[in-house]
Every structure is written in C-alpha cells, then in structure tokens.
Design a protein around this ligand. Structure first.
Ligand SMILES: Nc1ncnc2c1ncn2[C@@H]1O[C@H](COP(=O)(O)OP(=O)(O)O)[C@@H](O)[C@H]1O
Ligand SMILES: [Mg+2]
Length: 235
C-alpha cells in the first residue's frame, strides 16, 4: 500500500538516503530498525514531506505523494508521531488534542466539534488531565498525548519514530497495547521505528533493516535472526 521507489535525499551536499526501496504492506505493523545515524528519521520525514527528496517516488495506494506538502499528506490519511515528544507544552491537553479536529473534518467532510471519545478509551489518563498544560505531563503521558493527537485525524497509516525512547516501562507496555489493538481491530497500517528488540518483536509483524541510507534486509518478524541482529543492530 505504500511503495517507496529509489528515493535519494541530501542534506546540503551530504547524501543520506541512497536509491532506497521500501514496500509497506497494508494492514501490517512494520518495524524499521537500524543503528543510530542509519537514516531512519530522515526516511520518515521524507515520507511525511518534511524533507524534500532529490529523486524517486513515494506512493500511497498508487497515488504519488512527492508533489504534496506535509499538510496534504496528513489530509490523505498519514498520521505522524515524530521522534521526541511533539506536543505544545504551553497548551492544555484538550487544546493539544483539538488541533487535530480541523484536519479530521477536512479529511472526512465531518463537522466534529468535540474530541472523539475513542481517544480517551485508548488513553484514559488523558481524560483526567484535559485542563493540564502539556508541558506539565510526565514524559510517558506526553508521548501518549502525541500519539492521541495523531490518531484524531483517523489515519489509514500511523508512523511513529521511536515512541518509547526514554519512557517508563508500564507506559511502553500501554503504547504497545494501543498499537496492537488499532491494528487488529481496525486494520490500521503502522510504520514504527524501534530500537528496542523486545518491543519490536512483541508488536511488529515485519521488519526492515536499514544501514547507510538503504534497506538491507526485509522479512516477517519471526525471521529476524541473531545473524541479522549482530550484523545490523548490535552496537
Ligand atoms: N538536519 C540535518 N542536517 C545534516 N545532517 C543531518 C541532519 N539530520 C540528520 N543528519 C544526518 O543524517 C544521518 C541520518 O540521521 P537520522 O535520519 O536522524 O538517523 P537515525 O534516525 O537512523 O538515527 C546522520 O548521519 C545525521 O547526522
Ligand atoms: Mg532517528
């Protein structure tokens, strides 16, 4: 459903992505893994239109995204949770969530004025904190808020960049449960950059290994063996 064909990306004169090919299956959870600096975040930002690519194509269900801006890609149903906690610290939890409503309405033609209840079923803690400032939440709660905000636009594809970085284990568990639930119950396609092997194995159905700006191995998760781990992941 998402096909990335021969993309090249440069920061100034430094090339990061090299003729990168990647196929993401619809309804799957695909983990993109690789050492620091492999280009994982650069790849996700290129998919989202936050970085220009020099050549190649990115197709969502056969439609090319490369001429669409980042906002347009969100309207097309791609939700993105960037690396780090991407929330507005001075806005309340409710205000942070409401930011997604115009995108949902533009995307679906609805006129929703309140935050879909589903978000609170997935992350009950947010309901109890609606009037708190985002910046006053714990790191794990901020990450839940960032994921909730991406979900408000009711995406077809959810892209997460290391959502568990620096987060307490019980919240890592909850985030994993939410990803699995949305995938199983709604067929949400998930692209997950993940460094933690245990989490990747629990949640991921497929893996793609990245090294030096290319995909060097692709298979279903049960085939992520020690040899590949040693070659591409061990530090
Ligand atoms: N804004 C930038 N300008 C120049 N180089 C960058 C920039 N962001 C990242 N890089 C470089 O691109 C490479 C890939 O980075 P990144 O995509 O963040 O890797 P990963 O997410 O796999 O750790 C690294 O060598 C990094 O130093
Ligand atoms: Mg990164």
């Amino acid at each position: 459903m998402m096909s990335i064909k021969q993309i090249n990306q440069l920061y100034g004169s430094t090339q990061i992505l090299w003729n990168l090919d990647l196929e993401i299956e619809s309804g799957s959870i695909t983990c993109i893994m690789g050492r620091n600096g492999a280009g994982k975040t650069t790849l996700l930002k290129s998919i989202m239109g936050l970085l220009p690519i020099q050549s190649g194509d990115i197709l969502l269900e056969g439609t090319s995204l490369v001429k669409q801006g980042a906002e347009q890609r969100a309207y097309m149903g791609i939700g993105y949770v960037p690396q780090g906690r991407d929330i507005f610290p001075t806005l309340t939890v409710e205000e942070n969530l409401r930011i997604g409503l115009p995108v949902l309405n533009k995307r679906t033609g609805q006129k929703q004025t309140h935050i879909p209840e589903k978000v609170f079923e997935l992350f009950p803690v947010l309901k109890t904190m609606l009037q708190r400032r985002g910046g006053d939440l714990s790191g794990g709660q901020q990450q839940q808020l960032a994921i909730a905000r991406a979900l408000i636009l009711d995406p077809k594809v959810l892209i997460l960049d290391e959502p568990n970085e620096g987060i307490q284990p019980n919240i890592v568990q909850q985030i994993g449960d939410v990803i699995l639930k949305l995938n199983e119950e709604e067929g949400l396609t998930v692209i997950l950059v993940e460094q933690k092997l245990g989490f990747a194995r629990r949640v991921g159905k497929a893996f793609r290994l990245m090294e030096k700006g290319q995909i060097v191995a692709a298979d279903s998760m049960e085939n992520l063996n020690d040899e590949l781990i040693k070659q591409y992941l061990a530090v």
